[in-house]
Design a protein around this ligand. Structure first.
Ligand code: PMP
Length: 447
């Protein structure tokens, strides 16, 4: 499997499918790029060092050969709030001076500043739940909260493509885990029906609690959750809904309130709303939002909340400011413009890629756009060729995807200009021809 532009991995599929994860990992480490280097450690694909980010959505990559100023197509900076925002950045700097970079304390013991208290309330209001609690890291929010919500004797129904933080939380909880087919409400219902009878009261069934965990936008698929259908199944079988909105909060919906707003789902029907601030808000941390009783319970029982240092004050201020902009409370219409822009940019870019003949996953309105590479040996080739033309992309392979479903994952931002996108399309088209990943005929160009 040594030539990215000629080889085809189809023949390897039956072998891989029968192998244990461990052996697939070993096999993966042996797959080579066109220069005979193992792709897992090939340069230009992963672990580049970044010298700086800038507000025109470029990043500068520090490399051993030369420093490149690149158009960044890989960042989760969906609304362009990261890097020198005219409203958010000065306020974050002020909070740094006032509170310093760290509270050096947990929320319980002096780590709750006025910013933290305001942020909990602001997030609850923004996502449409009675209360919320903010954590220092998105990953930890899932992996630490799920074990507090459910344990032995409970049942977790998890989408097959849920994020690693959810998988970790579910495994750590001690609850029984059943996986349902990705974004398939009918399969969720089938799995549920195997466990309980329809309409059986919560008190008369073999599980202490049932939680269904899904994501708003799937980060490797760019796909929107079929939330209305999932919620309907959960209501029928009296299961709780846990929704991870890491990629959807701030990015979709008329006012940026995520998939509930976009798909017309009442937030009262989603029991536990989780999200992160590392994408649309240009900050860090995560939240859980739910009923007042739920949040009160988590406050006193969740070890990550009790014993972990609270979110950094400038990060908290950044989120508060970004939400203010989204709500128009900064006195400008920038928030609404950003939301309109990310939708326009995403839909334009997706349709142009499809016209060129690429296989692009995901739904309209989603800023996440995976371009299928399939053959893992094409991963570093695609990334390297784009980089040569100063376009930085994220490429994804096993174990984040199945071995033969490698992809480049483009993330579109409201801060990309039409010129940026036109240049990116030109480069991706050229590289697509070179690497051989245009799997469909191109649409005829309009005169
Ligand atoms: N949930 C999902 C769906 C994610 O994609 C991610 C990371 N991209 C996380 C949780 C973890 O969030 P963070 O990066 O903010 O720690």
């Amino acid at each position: 499997i040594d030539r990215w532009n000629s080889s085809n991995l189809q023949g390897y599929a039956p072998i891989c499918l029968g192998l244990e994860d461990f052996y697939i990992r070993r096999l993966y480490l042996r797959i080579q790029d066109c220069f005979g280097r193992p792709i897992a450690s090939a340069p230009d694909a992963w672990f580049d060092v970044v010298e700086r980010y800038s507000n025109d959505h470029n990043k500068t990559l520090k490399r051993t050969d030369k420093i490149r100023r690149c158009l960044n197509l890989g960042s989760y900076n969906y609304l362009g709030f990261a890097a020198a925002d005219e409203y958010c950045t000065p306020r974050a700097i002020e909070s740094l001076k006032k509170f310093s970079a760290s509270t050096c304390s947990s929320r319980v013991d002096g780590g709750t500043t006025t910013l933290h208290a305001e942020l909990d309330e602001c997030v609850a209001k923004f996502v449409g739940k009675p209360a919320a609690l903010v954590f220092g890291m998105g990953y930890v929010t899932n992996s630490a909260i799920i074990p507090v919500l459910i344990g032995k004797g409970g049942l977790i129904l998890s989408d097959s493509l849920n994020h690693s933080s959810i998988v970790n939380g579910a495994r750590g909880s001690g609850a029984t885990i059943r996986v349902f087919q990705h974004n398939t409400p009918s399969h969720l219902e089938k799995v549920l029906r195997e466990q309980i009878a329809e309409g059986q009261p919560r008190t008369h069934r073999p599980w202490k609690k049932i939680i269904v965990v899904v994501e708003g936008i799937y980060s490797m698929e760019g796909e929107l959750c079929k939330l209305p259908e999932i919620v309907a199944v959960c209501k029928k079988y009296k299961a709780y809904v846990y929704l991870d909105e890491a990629h959807s909060i701030g990015a979709v919906g008329k006012t940026g309130r995520g998939v509930c707003e976009l798909l017309g789902v009442d937030t009262a029907d989603v029991d536990i709303m989780m999200g992160t601030f590392t994408k649309s808000f240009g900050s860090c941390g995560g939240y859980i939002a739910g009923s007042k009783q739920l949040i009160q319970y988590l406050k006193y029982t969740c070890p990550a909340h009790l014993y972990g240092t609270s979110i950094s004050p400038p990060a908290a201020q950044q989120i508060l400011s970004a939400i203010k902009v989204l709500l128009g409370e900064d006195g400008s219409s920038r928030g609404a413009q950003k939301l309109a822009r990310i939708r326009e940019n995403s839909n334009f870019f997706r349709s142009e890629l499809q016209k060129m003949g690429f296989e692009v996953l995901g739904d309209n309105d989603s800023p996440v756009m995976p371009i299928m590479l399939y053959n893992p040996s094409k991963i570093p080739a695609f990334s390297r060729e784009c980089l040569k033309q100063n376009v930085a992309v994220v490429v994804v392979g096993f174990p984040a995807t199945p071995l033969l479903l490698s992809r480049a994952r483009i993330c579109i931002s409201a801060s990309h200009t039409r010129e940026d996108l036109a240049r990116a399309l030109e480069v991706i088209s050229q590289v697509g021809d070179l690497v051989g990943i245009k799997y469909f005929p191109a649409a005829p160009k309009k005169e």
